[in-house]
Write a protein of this length. Structure first.
Length: 309
């Protein structure tokens, strides 16, 4: 870990008696250990970090960031932040606030709660693909797959994690992947409406976070898996809608962003600048030099590994 530069800590899922334990989820106690690891001098509240970033006065300060509008963050992590007097950045995709589903989050819960291990899910998924109409095209695509180079910046991914993400994002693409997963969900009798009741924040949660002094930030409207591959006009629609929804709920101008799946390009950055966004976060620590829209973030899993060594 490179801990000597200003950056964010990237947090997603939290587990508790109510919220399932699964790949990538941490407990409230593990969040406390991260906070204690950095200490009060380096770990600062989101508004403080944001103002220093805007004024170019950051030294080695760290901030907490939450992606994806997850209810477990509000119910498990927020009380802990309050006990330490900390606020955080909350990067929220807004489609779920308007009654839509973010299907990838449903898929995550499915593979976590409906299979004994993530390996069992991967085996079932790879088997389904090999027996489906996608078999030939995926096999051809995998000839270009290199497990040692694909997503190498995410050291916490296993070989199966990388292969799965390659098939999902490169071999299949959104439409075919959705079709394949629909077959699996149907086979297991999943009712998406009931299945997703405990997954996301609602509008009132966002209002309360803003009133408590947390920083609400953009994360696109529908959370595309590969936003940078979309035409600039669609990227612009994603962020304009996201900005419209969140600025109304937070009752303030939105000036921050976290790039979903670390997917962005120069078109994205220009769109964000045009929307008045001043500070942005990537999803890893790979950039030694970066713009104000590309601050690095350390994944919580790497921090926990360092703490427990």
């Amino acid at each position: 870990m490179n801990v000597g530069i200003p950056h964010g800590i990237m947090l997603h899922h939290f587990s508790s008696e109510k919220h399932i334990t699964g790949q990538g989820a941490i407990t409230g106690e593990e969040l406390k250990s991260i906070i204690k690891f950095y200490g009060k001098n380096r770990l600062v509240s989101a508004n403080t970090w944001l103002e220093k970033a805007k004024n170019n006065t950051l030294n080695d300060e760290i901030c907490l960031t939450f992606d994806d509008a997850l209810l477990s963050q509000y119910e498990v992590a927020l009380p802990i932040l309050e006990s330490y007097g900390l606020t955080a950045f909350w990067f929220i995709y807004s489609s779920v606030l308007e009654g839509q589903y973010e299907i990838l989050e449903i898929y995550r819960k499915y593979r976590t709660s409906c299979f004994p291990t993530i390996t069992d899910f991967y085996n079932a998924f790879f088997k389904l693909i090999s027996e489906s109409k996608f078999s030939a095209s995926v096999s051809k695509s995998l000839r270009n797959y290199n497990k040692n180079s694909y997503l190498k910046q995410f050291s916490f991914y296993s070989d199966d994690d990388r292969k799965f993400r390659y098939i999902r994002d490169v071999s299949l693409g959104t439409k075919s992947y959705t079709e394949a997963m629909a077959l699996m969900l149907k086979k297991d009798g999943i009712d998406i409406s009931k299945f997703s009741e405990d997954l996301w924040l609602n509008k009132e949660h966002v209002v309360q976070l803003a009133e408590k002094g947390h920083v609400i930030g953009l994360h696109s409207h529908t959370h595309p898996t590969a936003l940078s591959q979309l035409p600039a006009s669609i990227q612009e629609d994603e962020y304009k809608k996201n900005n419209q929804v969140l600025s109304k709920l937070a009752n303030t101008k939105i000036s921050t962003v976290a790039h979903p799946n670390n997917s962005y390009n120069q078109n994205t950055l220009q769109i964000l600048e045009n929307l008045g966004v001043k500070v942005g976060f990537c999803s890893n620590m790979s950039k030694s030099e970066h713009s104000s829209l590309e601050f690095p973030r350390e994944d919580h899993s790497n921090i926990i590994k360092a703490i427990t060594k």
